[in-house]
Design a protein around this ligand. Structure first.
Ligand code: GLU
Length: 427
């Protein structure tokens, strides 16, 4: 059986491909030259399973998506008090590159606006760090988050620096109020190089899954950030990650997220997964048009909204697997939501099943939400396509609707005489 998740991601992409509104960022030539039709998506679970679809290997610059991760690095290296002394945690209500600071203490309001991001970048590698050392420190850290060596797009960086008047004014203002100590030009060069780190959509999914996982990179297993740092970072993303669309985003999608002008968009579901999309056309708020729509659909379909009340976390969804005569009985337990179903399908894909029949046993399952049911039924349907007999053991009728997507029914094997297999009781 092949797990349906990449197919599902593909379907999401096909459903948003028709959206051709918005336009690519055009304030510098390399971004203006981006291919507007690129479209990719990736999802990485905190257990380290990575799925992707579409243009998943195309590289683009991180831009503003780098901001929350450098903020996390500053929190990790200096601790909360030192960081909050120079940058706040409130939503701004102003454009990301607005020339404004808190009236009373002159701190930038949050690390997602440019003034805040530059301030945070200046904290990295010690205040006395040279530009090259600081940039290299950030590049290496991002590479550890992604689990591969990331490079800087020099052309985009050089071009950005030719049009950096606004960021330079921000840096001068920050220096005027002694929020940063470094030369203003050096601060802008460092920040711009950080923004020019190149990633693909799979890197973004893995990087955000690391935040969702409390700082342990889920594929390499490397412990990079503390859980507290990840919590703070995701909290700031949830209130200020989506430029001026942050409030509506939280209401409609409900996932801490960050977007950037090159068309990347990533979201984290704490404890569960990281998701990312790439599509360069932006709406008037500066967020990827197709990315925003893909996230809305993912959130609704997969029941991912953080404020949704049907999320439950906990035990491993497969209790055990027993072979009874010619049947593989996969005993499930707990709550069947997206994460549980993903984990079950992932395991089923890998099992070398030697029996004729595969049965999912729901006797120990407490609840099944809609996406859990849809995914498990689709897994069973694919099992049947691969040549197995399929069925469920479901004494408490956790699966209310047993119709699969092709209109056929999942057989309930504990119904009447089918309760036994070759004389042996199944429960
Ligand atoms: N390098 C860009 C700037 O600071 C990043 C913009 C963004 O992605 O929002 O102007």
């Amino acid at each position: 059986m092949q797990t349906p998740i990449p197919f599902y991601l593909d379907e999401i992409l096909e459903n948003v491909r028709y959206l051709d509104g918005g336009s690519v960022a055009d304030y510098i030539p390399p971004l203006a030259a981006a291919n507007p039709s690129y479209l990719g998506a990736a999802l990485c679970t905190t257990t380290g399973h990575l799925y992707s679809a579409g243009d998943d290997s195309e590289e683009f610059t991180m831009q503003s998506i780098s901001k929350p991760f450098v903020y996390a690095l500053a929190l990790q290296e200096l601790g909360f008090e030192e960081v909050v002394a120079v940058v706040g945690m409130e939503p701004s209500g102003e454009a990301f590159n607005e020339l404004s600071l808190n009236r009373d203490d002159h701190r930038p309001v949050n690390p997602m606006i440019n003034a805040g991001a530059m301030t945070v970048t200046q904290l990295i590698n010690g205040v006395d760090s040279g530009v090259d050392e600081r940039v290299e420190h950030i590049r290496q850290y991002m590479s550890r988050l992604a689990g591969r060596d990331l490079t800087i797009d020099e052309e985009t960086c050089d071009s950005e620096l030719l049009f950096a008047e606004r960021n330079l004014s921000l840096a001068h203002m920050l220096r005027n109020y002694e929020i940063i100590q470094d030369d203003a030009h050096d601060a802008v060069v460092t920040y711009t190089r950080q923004c020019s780190i190149q990633v693909n959509v799979k890197d973004l999914a893995v990087i955000s899954a690391t935040l969702a996982n409390g700082g342990t990179q889920p594929i390499t297993g490397e412990k990079i950030l503390d859980p507290d740092v990840c919590r703070l970072t995701q909290a700031v993303m949830s209130s200020a990650g989506m430029y001026d669309g942050a409030g509506r985003w939280m209401a409609e999608v409900g996932i801490p997220a960050k977007s950037g002008v090159s068309g990347g968009l990533l979201g984290t579901l704490p404890g569960q997964l990281g998701i990312a999309t790439f599509s360069p056309r932006l709406n008037s708020e500066g967020n990827s048009v197709r990315g925003v729509e893909a996230f809305k659909r993912l959130s609704q379909d997969m029941g991912l909204h953080l404020m949704s009340t049907d999320q439950r976390y906990g035990i491993h969804p497969i209790r055990d697997v027993e072979i009874i005569n010619d049947a593989w009985v996969v005993r499930l337990q707990g709550v069947m939501n997206f994460s549980a179903a993903e984990s079950i399908l992932y395991r089923l894909e890998d099992y070398d099943i030697t029996a004729d029949e595969v049965l999912l046993d729901f006797s120990q399952v407490t609840t099944v939400n809609r996406i859990g049911r849809v995914m498990l039924k689709e897994g069973l349907r694919r099992m049947r396509e691969a040549g197995f007999k399929i069925g469920v053991i479901d004494p408490d009728e956790r699966i209310k609707d047993r119709t699969m997507r092709d209109g056929t029914q999942v057989v309930r094997r504990d119904d009447n005489e089918d309760y036994m297999i070759n004389g042996e009781e199944l429960l």
